[in-house]
Design a protein around this ligand. Structure first.
Ligand SMILES: [Zn+2]
Length: 121
């Protein structure tokens, strides 16, 4: 099996309700997003999926997040836009639109250079 990954990014603001500390205040992050898919075979030129196609899929999934206050988006109504929920949101958006000879493995969201969450099903 192959796991093919691409990275993309977006910038957004959020605040975490109920957090005891400065994350409860509105602030921003430059999020990095790593999307990985699984495939079992390569095509006639030795590729499972074109990185560019995968990047397009990922960018479609994160469109609407860039330069937004995530707390105001419908998906995050009633829940905090934590890295966990953002990863889940992106995973769901990709699975809703994914077709082809590969399946979604995981979505990893980096909130900082040191902190990341990976979501898979
Ligand atoms: Zn934050």
């Amino acid at each position: 099996m192959f796991i093919i990954s691409i990275k993309t990014d977006f910038s957004a603001a959020h605040h975490i309700q109920g957090y005891k500390g400065n994350c409860s205040e509105l602030h921003g992050h430059n999020y990095h997003v790593e999307v990985s898919v699984r495939a079992h075979k390569v095509n006639s030129i030795g590729m499972c999926v074109d990185f560019r196609n995968l990047k397009e899929i990922a960018e479609t999934a994160i469109s609407g997040l860039d330069h937004k206050n995530l707390n105001t988006l419908p998906f995050f109504k009633g829940k905090n836009p934590t890295a966990e929920h953002i990863a889940q949101f992106i995973f769901k958006r990709i699975t809703d639109n994914l077709k082809g000879s590969f399946s979604l493995d995981s979505v990893k969201v980096w909130e900082t250079d040191k902190y990341a969450v990976t979501y898979s099903e």
